[in-house]
Ligand binder design. Structure first.
Ligand code: ZN
Length: 142
């Protein structure tokens, strides 16, 4: 199965790491020399998010649940803190999702929704990817 979108159009955007608290999760990165966290709440996903910028335009995303029914809280209950998902930046998320649906790939989101930094995002089920929760993200055009 080959999708029309060229592979070169994909870039590593970030790696999402589930933490019990952003302050606790940030401690190690602070030791590495990262500065102050910029914190954002993504109500839709019931998380507080801190993005740590890396030199190659990739990022580490720390995810703290804001409610007991947050998907990240469920992940923490099951696995403890650790890698929660990886995120690829894509060019045309809506078209890619349509192609993935046609290819019968198991999606969590059939339509793009609002993620951190005003990006449009959609998740692909770990069952489809070999066990990794995959986020696809498109930067908003403004
Ligand atoms: Zn993410």
């Amino acid at each position: 199965m080959t999708l029309p979108q060229a592979l070169s159009a994909f870039e590593m955007d970030h790696i999402g790491i589930a933490v019990r608290s952003l302050e606790e999760g940030f401690r190690f990165y602070k030791t590495l020399g990262f500065g102050v966290m910029t914190i954002e709440t993504v109500a839709d996903q019931k998380v507080r998010v801190a993005m740590l910028d890396l030199a190659n335009q990739s990022r580490i995303e720390l995810l703290e649940p804001t409610s007991v029914d947050s998907p990240v809280q469920k992940f923490l209950d099951k696995n403890g803190p650790g890698i929660h998902h990886i995120c690829l930046r894509v060019q045309n998320l809506r078209a890619l999702l349509a192609d993935l649906k046609k290819a019968q790939v198991h999606l969590i989101d059939n339509e793009p929704r609002l993620g951190a930094h005003n990006c449009q995002v959609a998740f692909v089920h770990p069952r489809a990817t070999g066990g990794v929760l995959l986020e696809l993200s498109e930067e908003s055009s403004q």
